[in-house]
Design a protein around this ligand. Structure first.
Ligand SMILES: Nc1ncnc2c1ncn2[C@@H]1O[C@H](COP(=O)(O)OP(=O)(O)OP(=O)(O)O)[C@@H](O)[C@H]1O
Length: 451
């Protein structure tokens, strides 16, 4: 029950509580709410809200709430009391006051103090963390504890763990519906890409805590790979945003790149078991094995209505890529905010040629100069369609999504990310959690007729 507000009222104050909840529905809907069963039912009937219930007061519901406060799960208590008309079964105010005092949790006992709590909630940043517990090779529960200890003092953090059934996409949709100010993806590139896909053109910033095997997106954004969790949390709390392009590959979002042929085969070889055993080396070993087996295939590339044909072993279409995504390099740099995709077609037909090509492209990425190589064709475009004969596997942001054909287009400025500052003009450095006039704050002020 992290990030929960407890709602209680003496019998004669239940109507006041309903009025209060109705008035502040926008703000309260961003939190989990809990109330004793009788109060919860009354609130559910009278106000349209989601609320969890504990036992009725007569059976110890107030003691259950006190226990939740003691375990750190409640961020505020609103308990409207009435000393003039109290019945025998009212919430135990003495107990709640004592526990709130001991654990430094705000408690309001009348509407005036409850309004003060609401005002502080309006100013707070509500973040939703989408956490993949199977990403990477670390201890997920220790990593989650570290993230909580770093972020919870500064943000109201809702935590959602992905499962096979509850995907990162679904959890992100729910967080958007709950009016998140910020959504944080923690996992490998697959998880980050899934969360990013839902955030395109929403205006909600994406924070990234890389915990995967390759962490290519984090690397492309410049999140340090030494102590990545601490660094990533610092970057999120620093609150600097960058607006970047995203790609759309068939009907999916692409934040990094799509690979056809060699790269897709390599990623498929580096399965979960190999990544757990070898970490990032699994990709290197898989890539080396694949060099022996990669066959050339016929490719048709369509750009701006013009179709060209080639024989190729690998094609990469990139929106963003760190230097380690070698096959995306070759044009000197993969630029993530130019409204264009970088397309690289590799035509090497022997292992030696392929190794030479890879070395040149790596050099191109390091020195940010275009590679001079007769075995590669590189270009920048807004949109591209790739067909092959025979059909080839396609990898999108680290996950195999099917086979060719693919159509990919760039969505300029589609995503807002929290990232380390760059010197580029588009960086907006003024964003900060403390000064952020959140959408929710504006909405709440509008509801109250203030703006
Ligand atoms: N609880 C879970 N149990 C098993 N699989 C999960 C769970 N949650 C998410 N997944 C799967 O995890 C995959 C995404 O993993 P992700 O890319 O984040 O990590 P990774 O494979 O370690 O990283 P990298 O892509 O850098 O190698 C998705 O295929 C998703 O279905």
């Amino acid at each position: 029950m992290t990030n929960t507000i407890a709602l209680l009222a003496y019998d004669s104050k239940k109507d006041n509580l309903v009025e209060f909840v109705k008035k502040h529905q926008v703000v309260l809907s961003r939190y989990k709410l809990v109330a004793p069963e009788d109060t919860a039912q009354y609130l559910l009937q009278e106000a349209v809200i989601e609320i969890n219930s504990v036992l009725p007061i007569s059976l110890g519901g107030d003691a259950q709430i006190a226990a939740e406060i003691a375990t750190g799960n409640i961020i505020a208590v609103i308990c409207l009391v009435d000393y003039l008309f109290s019945q025998s079964y009212e919430p135990d105010l003495k107990l709640l006051l004592r526990i709130c005092q001991v654990h430094n949790v705000p408690i309001a006992i009348n509407i005036a103090t409850a309004e003060i709590i609401i005002n502080s909630l309006i100013q707070a940043t509500v973040a939703h963390l989408i956490f993949n517990p199977v990403s990477g090779q670390g201890n997920a529960q220790q990593e989650l504890s570290l993230i909580k200890s770093l972020l919870e003092p500064h943000l109201h953090l809702h935590i959602h763990e992905t499962t096979i059934e509850q995907t990162a996409e679904e959890l992100t949709k729910e967080a958007i519906a709950k009016q998140a100010d910020l959504i944080i993806a923690s996992g490998g590139d697959g998880t980050v890409s899934a969360v990013a896909g839902e955030l395109v053109n929403t205006g909600i910033p994406l924070g990234i805590i890389p915990r995967g095997t390759a962490n290519a997106f984090g690397m492309a954004l410049g999140i340090p790979s030494i102590t990545p969790i601490r660094s990533a949390c610092d970057i999120i709390l620093a609150g600097k945003i960058r607006t970047i392009d995203v790609g759309q590959c068939n009907d999916r979002t692409m934040i990094l790149l799509a690979g056809v042929g060699y790269e897709a085969e390599t990623i498929e070889r580096a399965d979960r078991e190999a990544k757990n055993r070898w970490g990032v080396l699994a990709y290197v070993m898989a890539g080396w094995q694949q060099l022996n087996e990669q066959q050339l295939f016929d490719v048709e590339i369509e750009i701006d209505g013009v179709t060209k044909t080639f024989e190729a072993g690998a094609i990469t279409i990139a929106n963003a890529a760190p230097p380690t995504s070698v096959l995306a390099q070759g044009l000197g740099e993969v630029i993530m905010n130019d409204g264009l995709l970088e397309v690289m077609i590799i035509t090497s037909n022997s292992r030696l040629q392929a190794v030479n090509t890879v070395v040149r492209m790596f050099g191109s990425a390091i020195f940010k100069t275009p590679a001079q190589d007769q075995d590669t064709i590189g270009l920048r475009t807004k949109q591209v369609k790739v067909s092959t004969d025979p059909p080839q596997k396609v990898v999108l942001d680290g996950e195999i999504i099917g086979t060719t054909p693919v159509e990919i287009k760039c969505i300029p400025d589609g995503l807002i990310v929290l990232a380390p500052p760059t010197n580029e003009i588009e960086e907006k450095s003024a964003w900060s959690f403390l000064s952020l006039p959140t959408r929710v704050k504006n909405q709440a002020l509008q509801n109250d007729g203030i703006i």
